[in-house]
Ligand binder design. Structure first.
Ligand code: CA
Length: 220
């Protein structure tokens, strides 16, 4: 028995999905539609989407934030898991991608739970803070430009209530942060982000090797 996380082969990943995944038809169609885009690599994996749903249900989250919506798969997953009085404030800058998202949110009957903010996320989050929304959110998911991660995290932390949860995608970034020879801006940003969170006594922390690395930080 290994004391480390299992290496994920294609066969094992297929098996994992076969005994885990409970995707709706709309979720699957959105994923297949997104897979045809040149930016398909930015798509959340389906098991991550399902894990976000579990986190939302475990925490009883009602008010959610999303930074980086892309074609809407993660917001769709979260919205499907939310109670009917729950909502997501979704931040993105791309009209093209979020137009696609809207079609699927409507097809799934969850569009009324998603408030899309088409603007740089720092502006949207700062506006929420100015509107006295600090401490009101239960859950935040960060999956956007890597150089913005620390800014998004700091703002999301203020918007979260005590006990609220932040999930951050791509924190293992294809393994690049572990290789000192890799020094591009995105990898450096992820490294700095991971170091900062490791030392951040305001949160309980876990870095999970799910997908491309998923960090969970619970506000103390
Ligand atoms: Ca991602």
């Amino acid at each position: 028995m290994s004391r480390q996380t299992l290496p994920m082969t294609d066969a094992l990943h297929d098996y994992l999905l076969s005994v885990s995944l409970r995707e709706t038809d709309v979720q699957r169609q959105l994923r297949e539609d997104t897979a045809r885009l040149p930016e398909a690599g930015m798509q959340l994996s389906p098991e991550q989407g399902q894990f976000l749903q579990l986190l939302v249900r475990l925490t009883g989250a009602r008010r959610c934030l999303e930074i980086g919506t892309f074609t809407g798969y993660s917001a769709l997953a979260v919205a499907l898991a939310l109670r009917d009085d729950g909502f997501i404030t979704a931040c993105d800058v791309s009209e093209t991608w979020t137009d696609m998202a809207w079609r699927y949110w409507q097809a799934a009957g969850v569009a009324h739970k998603i408030f899309l903010r088409l603007a740089p996320a720092r502006e949207t989050l700062d506006a929420l803070l100015e509107q006295d929304q600090a401490g009101l959110y239960d859950f935040a998911f960060i999956d956007a430009d890597k150089e913005g991660y620390l800014d998004y995290y700091e703002r999301a932390l203020r918007l979260l209530r005590t006990g609220g949860l932040i999930a951050v995608d791509n924190t293992l970034w294809s393994g690049r942060p572990a290789d000192p020879a890799v020094t591009d801006a995105d990898t450096a940003a992820i490294r700095a982000f991971n170091r900062r969170l490791h030392a951040d006594t305001r949160v309980d922390l876990s870095v999970l090797p799910v997908g491309d690395g998923l960090t969970l930080a619970r506000k103390r």
